[in-house]
Design a protein around this ligand. Structure first.
Ligand code: SF4
Length: 228
């Protein structure tokens, strides 16, 4: 069994509820979305076998213990069979936890893998950054599956200057009845940063719907540190 891999490396988790933890990152190539801010090099990958990935992970784990392995992309849910096999092997050989970073738009795939995963980081994609149709229905189903499985999770919204209050409200409403799911507002990392006044207005709006305790504004710290 093989999968297209962009990169595998050890670093610090730069986003969300596990921010700051030392993790192994396994970045799968390929995505079925097309976000405006995407910086993943989708065409730069190598087909690597399951056995080889296990060997590379165990090498990294021998050098230093990691808190978890992060399945990222691209869209890792496109490679469920590979990930499930990998998890079964790693559970026998390591104490790693399993962290899924996903676009949050493939409930059909999530339901197949949710019981293998320890933490889920999922996006709520705002229509203003998508080059395709909106994903509200897909996100709604995705959230239901996470809630039913009672997984540690958080939702992330990447915010830009053009993010509208209307779409932010719609995204928050999806989470309104799921008190265990926190929301991270992540200002986009680009040459055109989101103005602080806009970030703070969005934070206020979200906290009015979900309660301030559930909202955090967290930039990507790995970018600030200048690491992968
Ligand atoms: S979901 Fe992620 S990998 Fe896919 S296009 Fe959007 S930013 Fe890129």
């Amino acid at each position: 069994m093989k999968a297209p891999i962009n990169e595998i490396f050890s670093s610090i988790q730069g986003e969300g509820i596990l921010i700051g933890h030392r993790q192994i990152f396994l970045r799968f190539s390929g995505c079925d979305l097309n976000c405006e801010y995407c910086d993943t090099p989708h065409n730069n990958y190598t087909e690597i076998s399951l056995e080889e990935i296990v060997r590379l992970i165990l090498n990294l784990e021998t050098e230093i213990k990691h808190q978890a392995i992060s399945f990222t992309g691209g869209e890792p849910l496109l490679y469920n069979d590979f990930i499930k096999e990998l998890i079964l092997i790693l559970k026998q050989k390591t104490e790693l936890k399993f962290y899924l970073e996903t676009g949050g738009h493939r409930p059909d795939k999530l339901i197949d893998i949710i019981n293998y995963i320890d933490y889920v980081s999922f996006d709520l994609k705002l229509p203003s950054i998508l080059k395709s149709k909106d994903l509200w229905e897909e996100h709604k189903e995705f959230i239901k599956i996470i809630n039913n499985a009672n997984k540690a999770s958080y939702a992330k919204i990447v915010i830009e200057e053009k993010s509208t209050y209307e779409e932010i409200i719609k995204a928050c409403k999806l989470l309104e009845n799921y008190n265990n799911i926190e929301l991270v507002l992540q200002p986009v990392y680009s040459n055109y940063p989101c103005p602080l006044s806009h970030i703070l207005k969005i934070e206020k709006l979200c906290s009015e719907i979900l309660g301030r305790a559930r909202i955090r504004v967290i930039p990507q710290i790995h970018r600030i540190l200048g690491i992968r």
